[in-house]
Design a protein around this ligand. Structure first.
Ligand SMILES: Cc1cc2nc3c(=O)[nH]c(=O)nc-3n(C[C@H](O)[C@H](O)[C@H](O)COP(=O)(O)OP(=O)(O)OC[C@H]3O[C@@H](n4cnc5c(N)ncnc54)[C@H](O)[C@@H]3O)c2cc1C
Length: 412
C-alpha cells in the first residue's frame, strides 16, 4: 500500500514521529539505511531528562573557555581543522547562550523537555518496554563543596520556577546510596523525576515494533535519494522507489546533508560524543554525572556505560577518543572499572542548532516536506513530545504547545 507519509531516519526522533503519525491513523513508511535505533539514539546515556529544562549554553566564563581552549578537561574536545567551517553556527550558539536571549530560549526548550516523561510514558506502556526503564532519576555528584552549593542553589531555582524535583545529598548519604564509591565525595544533587533506560537502542526498536503493529512499515533505503515526485516525494528503497504525499526529514546529525541538497542553509553542527562499556565490577546503582569532570556513568544491560561530553569536529572525521581515555581515569578514582567490553569506543554525534532549539515544522520552500531534527543533548528525552508536536501540526490538530519557537523559518 502506498504510504501517506515517508519518515526518513529511524532514530528516536524519526521512530517517534512515525509512531505518533500511525497512532493518528496515517499510513507511514519509516525509512533508514540501518535497523531502527542503531546510531546516536543507540549510544547515548539513556536518560529521559525532564529536569533538563535549560539547554547547555556555550561557556561564557573566561576560565572555563581557557580550559576548553587548552583541552584540559574530559568534558570538551575540538578539532582545530574543523573550526573555520564551524565558526558561523558556533558564533550563533555563543550569542544565543547569553542574557535575555538565552532566558527566552530556555523557556521554549523547557516546554519540550519538561513534558518528556509524560509523553514517553504511554508509548513505553504500549510498546511493553517497562522492563527497560527505571523511574528513580540520576545523581549529579560533586567533588568540591563550593560547586555542590552552587548546584543546590540552581536546583532550588528550577524547583521554584518549573517544579522539577530534587534531593540534596550529603557525602554520607551519597556513600550509603552508592556503596561502590571508593572515595568520599562532598555530596550530590539527586534529580528524582528523570527516567533512565537500560538499553536506549532497544527502546527505539520496541517503538518501531509498535509502529509495525499499528500498521506502519519499516523499509531499508537511502534518504539521500529523496526527490520531489508529482505532488509528493519519492525515495529509493530495497523495494524500489516508494512515494508519499508527505515526507519528514528526521536524520539527526545527517539532516544537514539532505536539506543542503534542497537548498537550505541552517546553522546546524554536531557535538560528537563517545561511550564504552565495562562489565564485571561493582558499578553505580543509579546513573551518575561527575559534573565537575564532565562525563556520565550509567548502569546498562551491557555493563557500566561511560559517556563523554562534547567534541567539536566534522561528523565523519576519524575518532579522537581522548575524552573517553580521560573519563576512564577519572571514573576509576570513583569506582572499580574493569576492562572495557569494546575494543574501540563507540562514537556518535549530537545534532545541534545555533539557537539551541530543535527544528520542528514544515520546510519553508517545499510543500509536503517537514523538518524534525536538531535535538542536541536531549533528543532521546524529547523524542515522544517533539514527535507529538510535529504530528499534530501535520494533522492540522490543536498542538499541545505553541509550535512557533521551533519552526524552521526562524532561520530564514
Ligand atoms: C554520548 C552521548 C550521550 C547522550 N546522552 C543523552 C541522554 O542521556 N539523554 C538524551 O535525551 N539525549 C542524549 N544524547 C543525545 C541524543 O542521543 C540525540 O539527541 C538523539 O539520539 C538524536 O536522535 P535522532 O533520531 O535525531 O538521530 P539518530 O538517532 O542519529 O537517528 C538518525 C537516523 O538517520 C539514519 N540515516 C542517516 N543517514 C541516512 C541515509 N542517507 N539514509 C537512510 N537513513 C539515514 C541513521 O541510520 C539513523 O538511524 C546523547 C548523545 C551522545 C552522543
Amino acid at each position: 500500500m502506498k504510504p501517506d507519509v515517508l519518515v526518513l531516519g529511524a532514530g528516536m526522533i524519526g521512530t517517534c514521529t512515525a509512531l505518533q503519525l500511525a497512532l493518528r491513523g496515517h499510513s507511514v513508511a519509516l525509512v533508514d539505511r540501518r535497523e531502527p535505533g542503531r546510531e546516536t539514539s543507540y549510544g547515548n546515556a539513556g536518560l529521559i531528562q525532564c529536569e533538563a529544562v535549560e539547554p547547555y549554553p556555550f561557556p561564557q566564563d573566561p576560565a572555563m573557555l581557557l580550559r576548553v581552549a587548552f583541552k584540559r578537561g574530559a568534558d570538551v574536545n575540538y578539532h582545530l581543522s574543523a573550526m573555520p567551517s564551524l565558526s558561523a553556527p558556533l558564533g550563533q550558539y555563543w550569542a544565543n547562550s547569553r542574557g535575555q536571549r538565552y532566558q527566552q530560549i530556555a523557556r521554549e526548550y523547557g516546554q519540550l523537555s519538561s513534558r518528556s516523561v509524560t509523553e514517553h510514558a504511554p508509548l513505553i506502556e504500549m510498546a511493553g518496554a517497562n522492563d527497560l526503564v527505571r523511574r528513580d532519576g540520576y545523581r549529579m555528584v560533586f567533588r568540591t563543596q563550593a560547586r555542590l552549593d552552587e548546584a543546590v542553589v540552581d536546583a532550588e531555582r528550577l524547583q521554584r520556577e518549573v517544579g522539577v524535583n530534587f534531593r540534596a545529598m550529603t557525602g554520607e548519604q551519597l556513600a550509603t546510596a552508592e556503596p561502590a564509591l571508593k572515595q568520599r565525595l562532598v555530596g550530590a544533587v539527586h534529580w528524582t523525576d528523570p527516567w533512565s533506560v537500560a538499553d536506549p537502542g532497544e527502546l527505539v526498536q520496541r517503538y518501531a515494533d509498535l509502529l509495525v503493529q499499528r500498521g506502519g512499515s519499516i523499509v531499508q533505503g537511502d534518504a539521500m535519494s529523496l526527490r520531489a515526485s508529482g505532488a509528493g516525494w519519492q525515495v529509493q528503497t530495497e523495494h524500489g522507489p516508494v512515494e508519499a504525499a508527505r515526507a519528514v526529514v528526521a536524520l539527526g546529525p545527517w539532516s544537514d546533508r539532505l536539506i543542503r541538497q534542497l537548498g537550505y542553509r541552517l546553522p546546524l553542527f554536531v557535538k560528537r560524543g563517545y561511550h564504552r562499556h565495562y562489565l564485571g565490577g561493582r558499578g553505580p546503582d543509579l546513573a551518575m554525572f561527575d559534573s565537575e569532570r564532565g562525563y556520565v556513568m550509567v548502569p546498562m544491560k551491557r555493563g557500566v556505560r561511560l559517556t563523554t561530553g562534547a567534541e567539536f569536529a566534522h561528523l565523519d572525521a576519524p575518532s579522537t577518543p581522548v575524552q573517553i581515555a580521560r573519563a576512564e581515569v577519572l571514573a576509576r578514582e570513583l569506582i572499580d572499572l574493569p576492562d572495557p567490553v569494546e575494543a574501540e569506543p563507540w562514537r556518535g554525534a549530537r545534532p545541534c542548532t545555533g539557537d539551541l532549539k530543535p527544528v520542528i515544522g514544515p520546510a519553508p520552500r517545499h510543500p509536503g516536506l517537514w523538518f524534525h531534527f536538531g535535538h542536541g543533548h536531549q533528543g532521546f528525552t524529547m523524542g515522544a513530545v517533539s514527535a507529538r508536536l510535529l504530528a499534530e501540526q501535520m494533522a492540522g490538530e490543536a498542538c499541545l504547545i505553541d509550535p512557533t519557537p521551533y519552526l524552521p523559518q526562524r532561520f530564514l
